[in-house]
Design a protein around this ligand. Structure first.
Ligand SMILES: [Fe+2]
Length: 291
């Protein structure tokens, strides 16, 4: 029997250090796959990267004989470093993100006073996706949904009946992502959540993170119907004004993520480290009293 290309197989790998889920999406052993939001392990105390999480992705891809078509980022993450270049070197595939990454690059080039040669055109990635653009993962059909608000460049990826929402929605009992990073906007996020929740009710939604409350087990898959009925921030009936008031008040209480400074500096370069200095060592910057 021919595998159903409208309902791809989704393999999620949860990273307990950053609460992030990396996905491998395919339609059976030996087919093409997309890797979404891969994590590079980083110890902020030692300033050291490692590849335990990335190797788990490689093991999965190789043991299922998958051919990597795409490595997809939903946005420039502020809570983990991207393993995209490491995976691309090992497995191949084209690295892509939403086209508005250029706006994020502009903001953070200023904040980090990056080297003059740092390009603001997104050319560090292999491809920049526009809203509504389609792409193929073997026989699977993908579509890009522009969903800004958490950052100005966020995209979600629909592959068959599965949508990878990035940091727009979290599980229903957690709600939505913060909107107080540079370029974030609660009103814009509200519109993006409505865009996702207007998809067919049975659409499978896959979260980029889970922060399980009350000792529940980690979960990262839900549906449009479940979110519309139960999402604590954006269930049906919550107005834009009520959402914006809640989100703004809540964001004012949140600390910056532990890894925001290293993550952003690396992720706006498509996961590459900044150029090494003349002693051969790479350094990250900490802007003082800026964020
Ligand atoms: Fe994020």
């Amino acid at each position: 029997m021919k595998p159903d290309t409208t309902a791809p197989h989704v393999h999620g790998l949860f990273d307990p250090a950053t609460w992030t889920v990396t996905y491998v999406v395919h339609h059976g052993p030996g087919t093409a796959c997309a890797i979404i939001d891969p994590v590079l392990d980083y110890d902020p105390k030692a300033g050291r990267t490692s590849h335990t999480s990335a190797e788990k992705v490689i093991d999965y891809v190789q043991s299922n004989h998958l051919k990597v078509a795409w490595i997809l980022e939903t946005h420039a993450h502020a809570d983990h470093l991207s393993a995209a270049p490491y995976l691309k070197a090992r497995l191949g595939g084209r690295l892509a993100i939403g086209s508005h990454i250029t706006d994020v690059q502009k903001v953070f080039k200023g904040i980090f006073n990056l080297e003059p040669g740092f390009k603001l055109d997104g050319s560090q990635f292999d491809h920049l996706f526009k809203d509504g653009e389609t792409f193929a993962v073997g026989e699977l059909e993908g579509e890009v949904l522009y969903v800004p608000g958490h950052t100005p460049a966020c995209v979600a990826y629909r592959i068959g009946d599965a949508v990878f929402v990035g940091d727009t929605l979290f599980m229903p009992d957690v709600g939505t992502a913060r909107c107080d990073f540079p370029g974030g906007d609660a009103k814009t996020l509200y519109a993006s959540t409505r865009k996702l929740l207007s998809l067919p009710p049975q659409t499978r939604l896959f979260m980029c993170h889970d922060y399980p409350p009350n000792h529940r087990a980690v979960r990262f898959e839900t549906t449009v119907a479940e979110q519309r009925a139960h999402n604590i921030h954006v269930h049906d009936g919550v107005s834009e004004a009520a959402f914006v008031a809640m989100r703004t008040q809540r964001d004012a209480t949140l600390e910056m993520p532990v890894l925001i400074l290293p993550s952003v500096q690396i992720n706006i370069r498509a996961g590459q480290l900044p150029p090494a200095e003349d002693n051969g060592t790479t350094y990250l910057k900490i802007p003082i009293n800026v964020l």
